[in-house]
Design a protein around this ligand. Structure first.
Ligand code: SAH
Length: 206
């Protein structure tokens, strides 16, 4: 339980009560390395090994709020990492498909999400998330939690009409912008930039 963190996020302007409730219900300490458990509820990105990070809770909340989840959606996440964002999504959407490039992180996330938390609506795969998850497409929502210089074309293709995608776009080093892409019922695309963020880069396999 992370009540203090949920209160903090409400104070920083997160309004969606379902997002705040999900943050409150999920112990972030489960998703960080043992040595960092005592500081798991600070609003900061933390290292999770292999040069990767668990995202800052405020950024997780902003991205999740921007997805406007009603509970019926099929969601794709690129960059499982610790599994924290996937867990938030699992509480707020129908099905979550999450792809992680690094096998050790994917295995650890599976233990937390599927075993410790018993979330039956989360599906995990190891591989290059820039290719999406074609067999499970189309997705009503897509969230990318690693920065790319441009929106990966396969993800745009796998976004359902009426769907929304949120992702950090920009250079690997420095800051990026959080971009919200909406696909109209007729397939037309519109986008707007929300916040400056700092994410680890979306990498190519190999
Ligand atoms: N959503 C995560 C944040 C993880 S940081 C969380 O809640 O903890 C971004 C993650 O993206 C890292 O684990 C990194 O290994 C992964 N990643 C980087 N490039 C990737 C790619 N091409 N496909 C899938 N995952 C990738």
């Amino acid at each position: 339980m992370s009540e203090a963190l949920a209160r903090h996020l409400a104070g920083r302007g997160i309004r969606d009560p379902r997002v705040l409730e999900a943050v409150e219900r999920l112990p972030r300490s489960l998703f960080v390395p043992r040595l960092l458990r005592a500081v798991a509820d600070v609003d900061a990105a933390l290292p999770i090994g292999h040069g990767q990070t668990i995202s800052q809770p405020f950024v997780v909340a902003v991205m999740t709020e921007a997805l406007a989840l009603a509970g019926t959606e099929k969601v794709l996440e690129v960059g499982t990492g610790s599994g924290y964002q996937a867990a938030v999504l699992a509480l707020l959407a129908r099905e979550v498909y999450s792809v992680e490039l690094l096998a050790p992180l994917a295995e650890r996330a599976r233990e937390v999400l599927c075993v410790a938390l018993g979330l039956a609506n989360v599906h995990l795969r190891t591989g290059d998330g820039a290719a999406g998850w074609p067999e499970a497409a189309p997705f009503d929502r897509i969230v990318v939690t690693a920065a790319a210089p441009a929106v990966p074309p396969a993800l745009l293709e796998q976004l359902a009409p009426g769907g929304r995608m949120i992702l950090p776009v920009g250079p690997a080093a420095g800051t990026q912008v959080l971009r919200l892409v909406e696909k109209g019922a007729d397939g037309s695309l519109s986008q707007r930039d929300l916040h400056e963020v700092v994410f680890v880069p979306l990498r190519s396999p190999g």
